[in-house]
Ligand binder design. Structure first.
Ligand SMILES: *[C@@H]1O[C@H](CO)[C@@H](O)[C@H](O)[C@H]1NC(C)=O
Length: 174
């Protein structure tokens, strides 16, 4: 009986790490080169693009643009809302900018070109932690002043039950 419990435990750990294994991805902002520009319409906006993707901690965002003409500013939520370019958290103008999403939650980006943010050249990316990823709901459309989206903990408890069920199942055969 002791070895049975141990097997269950070992298998639960293995299965759990399997569920957590997700390759970090690079997301080309806008889905194609030269998407970092004033959108032609609301449906063409970068936030529409972002709503269709899932961003996980350790994933990266990649911008391809003409670094002589534009830049990517990572800003606070407040500066995002007001399109304030004067004190960014980080500024990039190398034309091929890669930013690793290090933490869960929202990241805010605006163009460093005067007036472009006001015309819609801005992006919010909501990053999910891997733990919550398994069954987390797709974040709803992000309003620029909307509440932060907190994925429910259902995913975590569902995963826990799966792990236990799987562990018990495998344990019987060992
Ligand atoms: C932009 O941000 C800077 C620094 O936080 C602040 O001093 C300035 O007043 C802001 N400008 C506007 C138009 O809000």
């Amino acid at each position: 009986m002791a070895s049975f419990s141990r097997n269950v435990f070992v298998m639960a750990i293995l299965f759990s790490s399997l569920l957590n294994f997700t390759e970090a991805r690079d997301h080309l902002v806008g889905g194609k080169t030269d998407s970092w520009k004033i959108p032609s319409s609301e449906s063409d906006s970068l936030n529409r693009w972002a709503e269709k993707s899932r961003f996980l901690v350790r994933d990266s965002l990649v911008w391809k643009y003409d670094g002589a003409k534009d830049s990517v500013l990572e800003v606070s939520k407040r500066d995002y809302v007001t399109c304030n370019t004067s004190s960014p958290i980080a500024m990039h103008n190398d034309g091929n900018t890669k930013i690793v999403l290090e933490h869960s939650g929202a990241y805010y980006f605006i163009s460093g070109v005067k007036g472009n943010c006001e015309q819609g050249q801005k992006l919010v990316v909501v990053t999910l932690s891997k733990r919550r990823y398994a069954n987390a709901p797709v974040p709803s459309p992000v309003e620029f002043d909307g509440p932060a989206i907190a994925p429910t903990s259902n995913a975590v408890s569902l995963k826990a039950s799966l792990v236990v069920a799987f562990g018990v199942f495998v344990g019987f055969w060992l």
